[in-house]
Design a protein around this ligand. Structure first.
Ligand code: NAD
Length: 279
């Protein structure tokens, strides 16, 4: 068809993002023309509001929003989806009829990645490391997946406490608590699953937030870090016999949902994952 996808990513430090390639390849596979622009605030040196105005004026279908703008963008939008409201952050904007709709596809992205990547995983008790920007979306996703007890640990205890309170208030079925001593909790309570939502394990931040010697083969372990794909945590967990979920799931499925919001067409997750993996 002659339809065009015109979209972009606004953020800082985005030059190596795989999101543009996923959207362009998916659109072209569906016979669309595609242009996906990197709107790098480091290079543009313009306020976020002006970047949004320009993209909207140029006829963009929408924008992905990443660090450090996911919260700053909120007052620039007309309508927020339920997920964007609960997370308090937006990673996808759709422009429609002069209005700006804010979405959070990180939440669904993590949930869908886990449903597909760890089918049948026990969800009675999950221990989550990291209550920062991504951690908020992950915690909401875990509560929606049916986690009954969510223990949250962060080196900043106030962040863990705030997120636990927020989850407990918004999800009746999920008892969320902040935890200070994760090692003691792993040994005494043996959670079903462990999620890393800290930046530990990134190429520039080697190491693990989790004491890997405590992992049991019955536990599943998910990481949202995806550079590298196999973090030190996942390598150790695999060696100890745990089922593991790499960060590519969330990264691919947030894009799958964003593509659908931009174009109104279904995206093929397997095809988008193949593009992601080709890097
Ligand atoms: P952030 O800085 O907002 O939050 C990180 C949180 O982890 C902070 O609250 C910090 O105090 C806490 N923390 C750091 N080290 C810790 C430790 N050892 N133990 C416990 N808590 C610790 O960062 P963010 O935006 O939430 O991103 C976190 C990571 O997730 C980054 O590596 C990012 O690349 C990745 N990420 C992946 C996806 C994806 O799609 N897979 C999406 C978003 C972010």
């Amino acid at each position: 068809s002659g339809e065009t996808l015109l979209a972009g990513l606004v953020g800082r430090g985005i030059q190596l993002s795989r999101t543009p390639a996923m959207h362009v390849a998916e659109a072209e596979s569906q016979g669309m023309h595609a242009a996906y622009q990197l709107l790098d605030a480091d290079l543009l040196d313009r306020p976020l509001a002006e970047i949004l105005d320009a993209a909207e004026m140029m006829g963009f279908s929408g924008l992905n929003v990443t660090y450090p703008f996911k919260i700053e963008v909120l007052p620039l939008l007309d309508t927020l989806s339920t997920n964007a409201k609960s997370v308090g952050a937006v990673n996808t904007i759709a422009f429609r009829d002069g209005r700006r709709f804010g979405h959070n596809t990180d939440l669904w992205g993590f949930a869908e990645g886990l449903r597909r990547g760890l089918p049948g995983a026990a969800l009675d008790h999950v221990l989550q490391f990291g209550a920062g920007g991504a951690g908020v979306a992950v915690a909401h996703a875990l509560a929606e997946l049916g986690v009954r007890q969510l223990s949250i640990v962060d080196v900043d205890p106030e962040r863990a406490a705030t997120l636990a309170t927020q989850i407990a208030h918004t999800h009746e079925t999920c008892a969320a608590v902040a935890v200070e001593d994760a090692a003691a909790l792993i040994q005494s309570d043996r959670p079903d699953g462990i999620v890393n939502a800290t930046p530990m394990g990134m190429a520039k931040l080697p190491g693990t937030a989790v004491e890997t010697s405590l992992l049991q083969p019955t536990m599943w372990v998910a990481d949202i870090v995806y550079f590298p794909l196999e973090t030190e945590l996942l390598r150790a967990a695999r060696a100890r016999g745990c089922r593991v979920l790499p960060g590519s799931g969330m990264a691919v499925f947030q894009a799958v949902r964003a593509f659908e919001l931009f174009t109104g067409r279904k995206a093929d997750p397997i095809r988008m994952k193949a593009t992601f993996d080709a890097f």
